[in-house]
Design a protein around this ligand. Sequence first.
Ligand code: ZN
Length: 436
Amino acid sequence: MVFYTPGRTTSYPTKSVESGIRFHFLGGAQEVGNVACVIEDNTQTRILIDYGLSPGDPPTYPQECPPIDAAIITHAHLDHIGMVPWITASHNVPLHATHLTAALADMMWQDTYKISKIEGYPLPWDRRDIEDSDDVWETHSFGETQKLGEWNWQLLQAGHVPGAAMIHIETPTKSILWSGDIDTRDTPNVTGAKPIKSDILVLEGTYGGREHPNRNEEEMRFVNKVKEVVNRGGLAIVPAFASGRGQDILRILHQHAPHLDVHYDGMGKRVTRHWMNHPEFIHNAHEWDKIWSWVRKVGSKSDRKKVLSADVIVTTSGMLKGGPVLWYLNRVRDDPNSAVLITGYQAEDTGGKMLLEIGKIPIYGDIVEIQCEVDKFQLSNHAGHSALVDFAKKTEAKDVILFHLPDESIEPLKKAIEENGQQVHIPENGQTFTIK
Ligand SMILES: [Zn+2]
């Protein structure tokens, strides 16, 4: 656990940059989550990109951030945004993001604060810091050029989730492309990221060394499984992340099985309303009016009881660690006709991981056996291995810095990108390195 003492515990060097671009990862190097990186050059412009939190048990945080000129936030997932209120409390600088990311941030922070109180883990920021952070957003559309000292920069479409951005920076000497979390494919709610030419690419590698199944085939395998469960009289429980996956699932079901009785519960409802207020970030946004009137929103306890005789419930949490999903699962856990259809990555120490491994799950303090069918579908919103390598190649970057990746992804991704003729760097948290 990191407890911050501002100005006392940062690993950031005091010496200024003489030449080149200095990168200093405070978190997110050789790990997935906790993303935070300081970038500085000899014009003394110094920015922070992302300041995340990994909601494990206990949660982990990046190292302390030194004073900066501004923070740019790629997207509103907790592992990129969770510690931003600390930045506001300590450095009170502008926070830059797309309009949609800024709109979602407050909800993510409020929810994190609430969970920290319930689970009794310390957070180095409080409710007032959320309010202060809400006041310092500077929001942007994709492709709008901004100035910061002698740097020009802009946010670009990252795929991944609506509003998620890559960051393209032009310093007087080098151009930098920061990928954020990317998906180069068009997925149900967002169009894919496009590479642009840069001198330095900072690339996420979540799926380095791993390929995704064909996206359309996997979507149809999911739809067919849902229909099978419904036809045998079961309830299909679809645990899905609030921001991205749940809405993908709704769009897939609306397109391929509109006759089903589909219900939607949890924080994703509020996220979707923000999406609908920012249609410029959504692929074919107009379809959401139809999807929203088709799907049945669950708003009360009595609604929940009705869902037990419906066809499908899409709800949080995506990793079965808290959230309404546990209420539903508890009610149908002895029914072999019902099914839990897992649609995303399951971290260690989560109910979803335990369910996949041993068919049991902690619900309200007890470890219970689940008689329902359990199946898993790969509907990721991250680029797979070949797509990452191809993306790197098309940026023509001489230097590629890999971050946001698990240990087993490092070697295969490094090797493949080196075969493009590009130099690959694997940074370490808390260590400075400069690209000249
Ligand atoms: Zn993300």
